[in-house]
Design a protein around this ligand. Structure first.
Ligand code: FES
Length: 362
């Protein structure tokens, strides 16, 4: 994972010390290169903001030109963006919202989240010229290859962002099949990409868009989707949006026997059970801390509550920034439901809970 923030402000004294380090010290090289040009790096992906577009009152798009380490993406994939905020490297996962045409700019569409954090900082500070760190593109929320002839895209709120990349890719491929886009938003003035979707409809003759604004029409119950999209069994469905929408549609599709025709992208991990149960003791071997995992907390949250500062990015099991070696004990992954029982296995702290006392390399 390469999401280091650029270090153009590295003091000259540090750079002089770096200059006498071995040639194999990649971190020193990166500091030196970033001092010369913040976009340069020996091995890290960095990108410069070259355009900023306001998509709605609380959503903007940043257009990025990556350095030579960028290896491209598939429509629907995400990246981890890293920026330095008050001296701390902060990371956050975003879907790429444009198609992977080689040599073109990357677009990240960012909705401002309540409570500050990276999205709020980007809304206030991301201007043309800002350099950010990026991970390689990742994720398997991508269209089947070849694309099915009937596609149903269900997008709630900012869940439209990976769908935009997919639609652009389909338009680039002159896709001749049928696409039904169900776009859900709170109010019509919060709807994203209305103009761009109208343009795409010119290039995709099989595209039809249905917009549902809950402020005017009430929340759309998942059970009503088959009324809007007759014969959902004949479609392959791609779904991205708020957790409640994802759960409702997944349950409905499973009940209709269509689970195998559904692909989903989750940006929030399932919450751990909060039922009272025996507390687990966690030994953090590196920091020589001992803490307790209470019900309802992930291991990441439990470690933070104990004053530790493990690295994290998405907090949803996507970016692997929080990988940690479990030396002993049993954990359960909330995404897969699988238990890790063997010693010396890597676990993701943000989506793991302890099932026994543990020793972690933390
Ligand atoms: S923080 Fe991204 S996988 Fe855990």
């Amino acid at each position: 994972m390469t999401t280091a923030a650029p270090t153009a402000r590295t003091p000259t004294r540090t750079l002089l010390v770096d200059a006498i380090r071995p040639l194999s010290d990649v971190d020193a090289w990166n500091r030196l290169l970033a001092w010369i040009n913040p976009l340069w790096s020996a091995n890290e992906i960095r990108a410069r903001v070259v355009r900023r577009t306001e998509e709605s009152a609380d959503t903007l798009s940043l257009w990025l030109r990556p350095n030579r380490h960028w290896r491209g993406h598939r429509a629907g994939q995400h990246v981890v963006l890293g920026v330095e905020i008050d001296g701390v490297l902060c990371r956050r996962v975003f879907s790429l919202s444009n198609s992977p045409r080689s040599g073109e700019l990357l677009r990240l569409t960012i909705q401002r989240q309540a409570g500050g954090g990276v999205t709020d900082w980007l809304h206030r500070h991301a201007r043309v010229g800002l350099i950010v760190g990026l991970s390689a593109a990742d994720g398997d929320f991508v269209l089947p290859d070849p694309a099915p002839q009937r596609l149903l895209l269900i997008a709630g709120g900012s869940g439209i962002t990976p769908m935009m990349a997919m639609l652009q890719q389909l338009a680039d491929q002159a896709f001749a099949g049928e696409i039904f886009l169900l776009q859900l938003c709170r109010r019509t003035d919060q709807r994203l990409f209305a103009g761009e979707l109208a343009d795409l409809a010119q290039r995709l003759p099989g595209l039809s868009v249905h917009v549902h604004a809950s402020a005017g029409s009430g929340r759309l119950a998942a059970e009503r989707i088959p009324e809007l999209v007759p014969d959902p069994a004949s479609f392959h469905t791609m779904l991205c949006g708020p957790e409640s929408l994802m759960n409702d549609v997944a349950t409905l599709w499973a009940g209709l026997g269509l689970a195998a025709q559904l692909d989903m992208e989750r940006f929030a991990a399932p919450r751990p059970p909060s039922l009272p149960g025996p507390e687990k003791t966690i030994q953090a071997a590196e920091s020589e801390h001992m803490f307790t995992q209470f019900p309802g907390l992930t291991l990441l949250e439990a470690a933070e509550a104990a004053g530790l500062k493990p690295s994290f990015g998405c907090r949803a099991g996507l970016c692997r920034t929080c990988l940690c070696l479990k030396r002993s004990g049993t954990t359960r992954n909330l995404l897969t439901g699988l238990s890790s029982t063997r010693p010396d296995e890597w676990i993701q702290l943000c989506v793991s809970v302890a099932e026994s006392d543990l020793e972690l390399s933390l």
